[in-house]
Design a binder for this molecule. Structure first.
Ligand code: FAD
Ligand code: ZN
Length: 468
């Protein structure tokens, strides 16, 4: 950066207004993210109030060789929105308008800073649902979710965020506004440019507006928490429920025994809905349109599963409060953070390989660490497991590379992914080659070079420049 910090702040304040620029002192009181003890650092944080202002800021930064880090709700878990003291943070927090909801088209157009929960609540009034759902719903922004191609709890039914994006407005590194805000589901008119930006973690463009697909709101909702005796039965249960429910299965979340015990025992607030202690607990949810018939079908599917020995016991939700209680067990990941330093992973692998992978992981951790906790849970219906490993605070720096190697290395043999949903950011950069070939990474670098030749947009995230 050739320009001084004071001049930078003065010139950027002229673009967004003095009230919408924060300097290093003010940033030092803002946390760097959810579950983070450190605070933000940057030469400045700017809060543009329109797409035009985003464009002005990027054009100015490009001209002065200043790099820019886009930030949404700061709930990302891979240090993708971290900035350094000479960079500028571009926060989308003022772009919070739900611009339109079109019930006939089943589409909503929103600014990038709108939170997931705000959109979920707004579309309910129209009898519609926006089905992306994750624990960070109240804070995570739709721009941030698109930038990380967020997954969450209902991917098995509705797909990842990519499947919900009809159109995007993006500002490129040189300030060009690229508007692909089409509300069409089918649109085969050349390259589907919006796909480039979904999951690009802020390295190719700043997402400013989104046109999102909506679905009809379900009229019925059935849930159960079941105990399962072994992993073979978990796999058979998934197919059984999907077949028996005829496409209405909307969640299949699995908790390994240690995670279930953690979230149902004090200091956790949750209590076990089943009296037995099983190797696996599965949270099943179905969404349908006919409350009476759907409840009956769900009940029959469970009874058949019990008769076939796929499940050992079941607790069925009788009210919305029961559903919330079941979900709150699965969502209580924060329990893994108590009492030590915890690393949380989001790996993907074929379901047939999961048992061998998790057994191998437990054995490897036992052999490389003197003491630790291992908790496994996740969106098993989508092939996505979360792994949480906790070590004593004092051991964190020595344990981290050992734990990462134990979690990531075996994935190559299973054609697994080092990130199912959280992205690469800074945290997983060294491990990208486990899941991506040299040829793939070379094409990613070419795309980066084509769209951001000066390398000013979130530089160093996902991969380093070719020479780095
Ligand atoms: P940030 O954290 O601010 O940014 C994330 C990345 O996107 C950064 O690289 C940033 O530079 C970039 N970015 C942000 N906004 C923009 C924009 N407008 N344009 C371009 N780039 C941008 N993820 C899942 O996929 N599934 C889950 O089930 C899930 N559960 C979670 C539960 C909890 C409790 C928490 C804390 C997180 C969870 N996450 C989950 C992580 C998830 O990635 C984030 O919640 C969300 O996708 C990021 O949104 P954000 O607005 O907070 O983005
Ligand atoms: Zn998840």
């Amino acid at each position: 950066m050739s320009i001084g910090g004071d001049q930078l702040r003065q010139e950027l304040a002229a673009l967004v207004g003095r009230d919408h620029l924060l300097g290093p002192d003010e940033l030092s009181t803002r946390p760097a993210g959810i579950w983070r003890a450190d605070t933000l650092q940057a030469a400045a944080l700017v809060r543009p109030g329109s797409t035009q202002e985003v464009s002005d800021v990027l054009a100015w930064c490009r001209q002065h060789g200043v790099s820019v880090v886009p930030q949404g709700g700061l709930t990302g878990l891979v240090h993708g929105a971290d900035a350094s003291p000479e960079q500028v943070i571009l926060s989308l927090e003022r772009l919070r308008q739900i611009e339109s909801i079109a019930p006939a088209q089943r589409a909503a157009t929103v600014q990038a800073g709108v939170t997931v929960q705000a959109l979920q609540e707004a579309v309910e009034a129209h009898g519609l649902q926006f089905p992306l759902d994750l624990g960070a719903r109240g804070t995570a922004t739709l721009g941030g979710c698109a930038a990380t191609n967020a997954g969450g709890n209902r991917v098995i039914r509705y797909g990842m965020l990519r499947n919900m994006v009809l159109g995007l407005e993006v500002v490129l590194a040189d300030g060009t506004v690229l508007s692909s805000l089409s509300p069409l589901i089918k649109n085969n008119t050349g390259y589907d440019l919006k796909q480039l930006f979904i999951g690009s973690e802020g390295t190719l463009g700043v997402i400013t507006r989104l046109c999102l697909r909506l679905w009809e709101q379900p009229r019925s909702h059935a849930m159960a928490l079941v105990g399962v005796a072994d992993f073979a039965a978990v796999k058979r249960l998934l197919r059984h429920m999907d077949q028996a429910l005829g496409g209405s299965l909307s969640a299949f979340e699995v908790m390994w025994r240690d995670f279930y015990r953690l979230v149902t025992t004090p200091p956790a607030r949750g209590r076990p809905p089943l009296s037995g202690d099983y190797p696996f607990h599965v949270l099943l949810e179905s969404q349908g349109a006919d409350p009476e018939h759907d409840r009956e079908r769900f009940q029959t599917a469970l009874e058949d599963a019990l008769a076939a020995g796929l499940i050992s016991d079941a607790a069925v939700a009788h009210s919305e409060a029961d559903c919330r209680d079941f979900w709150s067990l699965r969502d209580d990941v924060a329990q893994t953070l108590n009492g030590g330093a915890t690393m949380i992973f989001d790996v993907s692998l074929p379901i047939d390989e999961m048992e061998a992978y998790t057994r191998g992981l437990a054995t490897e951790l036992d052999s490389v660490l003197a003491s630790h906790h291992l908790w496994i849970f996740g969106h098993l219906g989508d092939g996505n497991l979360h792994v949480a490993v906790q070590v004593a605070n004092a051991d964190f720096n020595t344990a981290r590379p050992l734990v990462e190697a134990a979690v990531y290395r075996p994935l190559a043999a299973f054609q697994g992914s080092v990130s199912a949903e959280h992205g690469i950011g800074l945290e997983k950069k060294p491990w990208l080659p486990v899941s991506r070939s040299d040829a793939e990474i070379t094409v990613m670098r070419s795309l980066k070079g084509a769209l951001d030749p000066a390398g000013i947009l979130n530089p160093g995230k996902i991969f380093s420049p070719a020479s780095g």
